[in-house]
Design a protein around this ligand. Structure first.
Ligand SMILES: O=C(O)CCC(=O)C(=O)O
Ligand SMILES: [Fe+2]
Length: 259
């Protein structure tokens, strides 16, 4: 039976080694780097993103726009489909970020300085090579869900991670709302019975008694939370654009990025 410890605080924590380890162990709800990017950098990125334009996920309701690919979409398909798409998608990511700044690079530098682990893009093998990291999304609503490679990628290298975090940098934020609620409830295999059929979402009865952290999207801030915790994005007024990737900890302690 799952036993959940209360978080040590409900506040955002700053980025440092102790807090990063605490987040991996789900002892704190989040790390926020305020003003990770300037408003002017975010505006430049918004313009570059508009130029490229969003694609929409198949079979995701309410719709989520994105630039980039996700391993999740390929979880029940041919692995090579994902890795075939990595090169082109990485080119688009480079094209967009070269006009403003590269959040993945900036975060990797901060992690290298603060967390004493190797930090790199996740790598599958000699045949497939690197994963993609740096998904750009336009999310209005996201249903209650989790992101955990132990469930979504058992036969991929990332399926070996011992904990999984996700970072999001807010490029455009709604005037109101758009809060990301993170519950202190880590996914367990038994929770699959709460899955809504034909959807990525889970029934909200799962989290009625859970502690919850409300994360407000502020332009230029970067937020990291433990993506094995159930989470959802509430509707807002105004466009909400983020860039994100997962951060997994491998059994060796190394940190790897992927989307
Ligand atoms: O946009 C957000 O605040 C979080 C979206 C999400 O589900 C994730 O990054 O895993
Ligand atoms: Fe998520």
């Amino acid at each position: 039976m799952l036993k959940t410890m209360q978080w040590e605080t409900l506040n955002d924590c700053e980025m440092n080694s102790d807090n990063f380890q605490a987040l991996l162990k789900n002892e704190i709800p989040s790390i926020r780097i305020s003003n990770f990017a300037s408003v002017s950098e975010c505006n430049k990125l918004s313009l570059a993103i508009e130029k490229v334009g969003f694609d929409f996920y198949r079979n995701v309701e309410p719709p989520i726009g994105r630039i980039g690919i996700t391993q999740f979409e390929y979880r029940n398909r041919d692995k090579s489909g994902y890795f075939d798409a990595v090169r082109k998608t990485s080119e688009t990511y480079k094209q967009v970020t070269s006009l403003a700044f590269d959040p993945l690079k900036r975060l990797a530098t901060i992690l290298c300085q603060n967390v004493s682990s190797k930090v790199q893009i996740a790598y599958e093998n000699e045949v497939y090579g690197d994963y993609f990291a740096g998904l750009i999304r336009q999310i209005n609503i996201a249903l209650l869900h989790i992101d955990f490679a132990g469930l979504d990628a058992p036969d991929w290298k990332i399926g070996n991670i011992t904990s999984q975090l996700v970072w999001n940098v807010y490029i455009k934020a709604p005037r109101q709302g758009g809060i990301c609620k993170v519950y202190n409830r880590q996914w367990q295999p038994e929770d699959e019975k709460y899955k809504i059929s034909g959807s990525y979402g889970y029934d909200s009865s799962l989290v009625v008694n859970s502690e919850v952290k409300h994360n407000i999207p502020l332009i230029g801030d970067l937020l990291i939370f433990n993506s094995r915790n159930f989470h959802e994005v509430l509707p807002g007024i105004g466009e909400r654009i983020t860039i994100s990737s997962f951060i997994g900890q491998m059994p060796s302690g190394d940190l790897v990025f992927w989307s």
